[in-house]
Design a protein around this ligand. Structure first.
Ligand SMILES: *Cc1c(COP(=O)(O)O)cnc(C)c1O
Length: 437
């Protein structure tokens, strides 16, 4: 029997003591492609998407994958082929959508600081909607639309002022946030938007935060959004679509976020009760579509016992997996090979010989840790897997310490597709110059 590591994610599992992603043995991938190595399951991504699709069955709804979670072309291709639109936050992301075969008409352009050049690029490509976040941005967008002879479809990102009860760096819908139009200025801002010649108001959106594991912030946000829609429509501005953003959390360390379909059944009941259930609906999930579809495989370089701490030094670092350093985030770390009998959930089967380690990378920063106080049974040369590494890892990866970014493999059943080759130093210094002396 395959042993599932995370409930609901059957495609990343131990079989006879070896970790597999779909039908690929992780050890084989690591020996072929070396480490650190990201490995993704296409079936996991499609399962996560299917939960949303079930939730919206029979509705006018569209799912826009928030691609900043993982913007690798092969990942975008999976969602484009599955019929998703995309939520983008830069001109660069728009180019990625197009390169992956996505349809710009199904793109929503979000973000507080779009430049004129990005607006122009997006208008020319024909993006479906701009999610605008301030009055100043409305003015500039209208001007840019007129200058290229187009009309920009706009939605205003409203700030519903609800606390998503998540990490402060990923809370975005509170009053003090840089995101969104303030709740009490919303109607005025809509009136301004409706009066600008280059714009066509088509929707409203909100996005209250990320890694949300409770239902209640969504239920509150939906109510506050619908209140706003009623007041905007009362002044004669019709709102064609309602976009509820992303933010649904995943299980990193035993969290129990609502399932996407259950959550949406509840939210839709609320929308129906208030007469909005037949509107065009949109959502922008990121993490919940890809986070638990990926792992990062890494080798134990050295074990360094100490008086106060034991260190397990691995070849992946904060440049590959930035979330622990940025948000003190937790990623489970497991052995990729364990004895076949009595398989435990976290990859240790011989707890007798296990030792507590801080798992750290080679980068010259004390903040370069991947896991603290982890009980592991490891020796030098062993391979470990860092779980839940599909979202906000590769897309946040950097070249700090002149480390090349890792390779990425997307597994589709029996087939491992290389979707990114390991970055070389030549790749890194290509756009640099020595000065002329
Ligand atoms: C980041 C972001 C999302 C996706 O958030 P997740 O927590 O990854 O689902 C959606 N919409 C906007 C506007 C965002 O900035």
């Amino acid at each position: 029997m395959p042993h599932e590591l995370l409930p609901g994610h059957p495609h990343i599992a131990y079989k006879n003591g070896d970790l597999y992603v779909e039908n690929q043995r992780v050890a084989d991938l690591a020996s072929q492609h070396s480490t650190p190595l990201f490995v993704y399951s296409k079936a996991s991504m499609l399962d996560a998407l299917a939960a949303y699709q079930r939730g919206f069955a029979g509705r006018k709804a569209r799912i826009h994958y928030a691609m900043k979670a993982n913007s690798s072309l092969g990942v975008l291709q999976v969602f484009a082929q599955a019929g998703c639109g995309f939520d983008i936050v830069s001109g660069g992301e728009l180019e990625r959508v197009i390169a992956a075969g996505g349809d710009p008409a199904l793109v929503i352009f979000s973000g507080v600081g779009k430049t004129r050049a990005e607006m122009k690029q997006a208008l020319q490509a024909g993006v479906g909607c701009f999610n605008v976040e301030s009055e100043a941005e409305l003015e500039v967008l209208s001007e840019m639309a007129i200058s290229v002879g187009k009309t920009a479809n706009v939605s205003l990102r409203v700030n519903p002022n609800v606390d998503p009860q998540t990490h402060p760096y990923i809370s975005t819908g509170l009053k003090g946030s840089k995101f969104g139009v303030a709740h009490d200025r919303t109607v005025q801002t809509y009136q301004r938007a409706a009066a600008l010649p280059g714009l066509k108001v088509i929707g409203i959106d909100c996005h209250i935060g990320s890694q949300i594991v409770l239902e209640s912030p969504y239920l509150d946000a939906v109510d506050r959004m619908l209140d706003l829609v009623e007041s905007i429509e009362a002044v004669g501005i019709p709102i064609h679509h309602l976009d509820f953003g992303g933010g649904l959390g995943i299980n990193y360390n035993g969290e129990t976020p609502p399932a996407a379909d259950d959550l949406w059944h509840k939210l839709l009941a609320k929308l129906d009760a208030r007469g909005f259930g037949q509107r065009q609906l949109m959502i922008e999930p990121g993490r919940s579509l890809v986070g638990n579809a990926g792992i990062c495989v890494t080798e134990v370089l050295y074990l360094k016992p100490g008086e106060q701490k034991n260190f397990c030094i691995i070849d992946a670092a904060m440049n590959d997996l930035p979330r622990p350093a940025m948000y003190q985030a937790y990623h489970a770390i497991i052995n990729i090979a364990i004895q076949a009998t009595n398989t435990p959930a976290r990859g240790i089967n011989d707890t007798k010989n296990a030792i507590v380690y801080d798992v750290v990378g080679p980068v010259c920063e004390s903040g370069d840790w991947i896991g603290r106080d982890r009980t592991l049974n490891v020796k030098q040369g062993d391979l470990l897997a860092v779980l839940s590494a599909g979202a906000y890892c590769m897309s946040m990866a950097s070249n700090y310490n002149t480390r090349g970014r890792a390779a990425e493999i997307l597994v589709d059943g029996d087939k491992p597709h290389v979707i990114r080759q390991r970055e070389t130093t030549a790749d890194q210094i290509r756009a640099e110059f020595l000065i002329n002396v």
